[in-house]
Design a protein around this ligand. Sequence first.
Ligand code: FAD
Ligand code: NAD
Ligand code: SF4
Ligand code: FES
Length: 802
Amino acid sequence: MIKQKLVLIGNGMAGVRAIEEVLKINPDGFEVTIFGTEPYPNYNRIQLSKVLQGGTSVSDITLNDWEWYQDNMIRFYPGETVTAINTKTKTVSTDKGRTESYDQLIIATGSNPFMLPLPGADKEGVKAFRNIKDCEEMIEYSKKHKKAAVIGGGLLGLEAARGLLNLGMEVDVIHIFDYLMERQLDRTAGELLQTELEKQGMNFILQKNTAEITGRKHVTGLKFSDGSRIKADLVVMAVGIKPNVALAQEAGIPVNRGILVNDYLETDIPNVFAVGECAEHRGIAYGLVAPLYQQGQVLAKRLCGVRDNGYQGSVLSTQLKVSGVDVFSAGKINEDENTKVYKMYDDWNGTYKKVLIEDGKIAGAVLFGDTKDGNKLFDFIKKGALIEEYLESSQSANSEVNLVASMSDEEIICGCNGVTKGSIVEAIKANGLTTVDQVKGCTNASRSCGGCKSLVSDLLACTLGEYYQADQKEAICGCTTLSRDEVLAEIREKGLTHIREVMNVLEWESDGCSKCKPALNYYLGMINPLKYQDEHEARYVNERMHANIQKDGTYSVVPRMYGGVTTSDDLRKIADVADKYKVGMIKVTGGQRIDLLGVYKEDLPKIWAELDMPSGSAYAKGLRTVKTCVGENFCRFGTQDSIGMGIRLERKFEGLNTPHKVKMAVSACPRNCAESGIKDVGVVGVEGAWEMYVGGNGGTHLREADLLFKFKTGDELVEMIGAFLQYYRESAKYLERTSAWVERLGIDRIREVLSDELMVKEYNNRIDEALSVVQDPWKEAINNKNLLRDLYQNVKVPVETK
Ligand SMILES: Cc1cc2nc3c(=O)[nH]c(=O)nc-3n(C[C@H](O)[C@H](O)[C@H](O)COP(=O)(O)OP(=O)(O)OC[C@H]3O[C@@H](n4cnc5c(N)ncnc54)[C@H](O)[C@@H]3O)c2cc1C
Ligand SMILES: NC(=O)c1ccc[n+]([C@@H]2O[C@H](COP(=O)([O-])OP(=O)(O)OC[C@H]3O[C@@H](n4cnc5c(N)ncnc54)[C@H](O)[C@@H]3O)[C@@H](O)[C@H]2O)c1
Ligand code: SF4
Ligand code: FES
């Protein structure tokens, strides 16, 4: 059989996908030639954001490597641009002087970034973000320069800005609208997004029109139409794209914004097709891969003579790929006179959901904070499902696995690649797949933006049942198959800096849970104490509020009293606030301090301010108290200054985060009045020395502490306590008390490790680093207006339905 000559111009995502589909349907039908301006094999452009953001290298984003071209006998000309098409002679010619004839021609030239025609736009340091070269240049720039300005607060601009922040630059995002991503989000979601990104360190300049790029040869800043200016060493333009139609236009192929195509991706010229961002179908030139891949499938069928209904256009869904923020939108995003909305706004958890309903059917959705319903809603939108169907499914599906179980076989799991639940389940069963990567290899699901990974993994869980559970034996929680040690190793190796980034880079299979989020928050802070910004929303409620919530919803306030010692002034202040705020009960605790019980949430910051005492951390996974006996100054049995040592220890280690709470005690003789034998760290004074005990517990799992070492001086003792605590911080699992940790490691091993003087010094250096950034949480909260508003003012959790 004579093969037809099929020529593809453009080695990008859409064109190559069309060729892949052709090869699937008729592997021997065509002699394929591909021309690509970029000098690489076909790669995943979507993942460039992840390359810029770190954690993914250029080599990781190849979709089809060099062998793929050879294996499929494709003649591939990388780094070669087609400069002309002659539709009469049915040939194309290139910048390398080559001429190639075709029977069928696919134009898939993609888009060009739209560069604002501003004065100064040609200066050095003005970039687009479209390809590997752009990405590499920005990475190089960040090594020498500090200040970046990104023009455009859309998907691309924000993903670029996040990348530049990760590269250590300061980033201003200049946006023409008064809220971000106005093409994909409504105002509420856009504003929530802005707040979240500001927390990550982005600075926004909204409603600004750039008038000029300043500088001589090299950019130095931007000037706006109102005359104001900012400084910048790098300017990234991300203000949209323009379909790349010049080649087609010059060849006389009809174009509008894009190359005009019908439902079969045919242009007006016989045997010439266009697919991808360069094509315009029913007035739309798409800029996302999902529709482009659908076009590729239709085009392949058309070329192979398979009957098909043709391409009918696509409903779009978008997801922002920025660690730490979950945003999703699909279909219609703004209300009008024909729509009703189902809205949920949870200020407490920072989540927002809006579902637009038209004639009772779901017409669009905007999600912020919790996007796990995204794929499902998207499928409902495409099907035109009734809102009741969604509400019913939400009620019955109270876990992610239930959610995916409740989906029908036809529902799309991977929007980018159009892969249905049915086809994934079939592939899992037929090929014995057990991991998301295997499903990706077999079905393409999760191959592009990765937004569907959690759904794919839920589907694995619900298809494989117990077998899948068995696979996750060592995992730190059900969201990942990685163990604590593996996660820590990855955080260190990849330099991961925040929770969402860990989840994204390590391919968490859901949005995180109450088990992994606080654990990751602890691990990240432990590994990188100087740079890590505590994500307080990941903490358990007591730690988030810096107070213990009581059974009636009120809170308790326990100020610190170092070593259990107080003063008449402090007692007076406590009495005064207790009267003023009508505190329910004043109780002396087992940890030798005073607990004010029954405090209203709104009163917490006022009480802290009026007390002007440090927090006792009675709620913290950290140092709680150092209990002391009266010791040598007053007790006739005392051999050491237990109070002085207790105060010294409490002052040194207060505010330290640890895997679980840590209680200490210092007794001045073996009578042990401070109960040193049942504390995480217990100290007992003996004649001329201090004994150090560890791993004790007086709670449910009663455990007597083990003697670790004996020291002549207080300095040696304090140094060893520092080393012990840091060793525990670095090697215990989150929520593992020292008692369990000592049992797990064995006291002999701990003793052996801490017998190494060098190790003791190193642990102390690291714990001192962690302690150097400790701040009093009550003072911090009082001085932070946003925190005060978010946590302590009357927080409403409204559920509105219009
Ligand atoms: C940083 C970034 C992140 C993105 N993230 C997402 C996302 O999360 N989700 C999503 O859906 N979409 C995303 N997109 C958009 C998505 O990547 C594009 O929609 C998709 O790549 C378009 O595919 P295409 O094949 O039409 O064009 P392209 O991928 O641009 O491919 C066109 C190729 O043709 C080549 N070419 C052009 N003219 C010629 C010629 N005359 N001769 C030879 N070769 C030529 C070009 O060099 C290019 O390599 C992102 C885009 C970028 C830049
Ligand atoms: N996660 C994703 O899905 C993803 C990520 C990156 C890129 N992309 C795709 O890549 C393409 C390019 O992305 P994009 O963000 O550049 O396009 P876009 O059209 O989505 O957004 C451009 C933004 O720039 C703003 N803008 C326009 N002129 C401006 C000006 N003079 N000053 C300041 N702001 C201005 C617009 O208001 C708009 O919000 C799009 O097709 C997009 O869908 C998608
Ligand atoms: S532990 Fe010893 S020194 Fe301390 S109070 Fe009790 S008896 Fe006195
Ligand atoms: S939804 Fe983007 S890869 Fe599946």
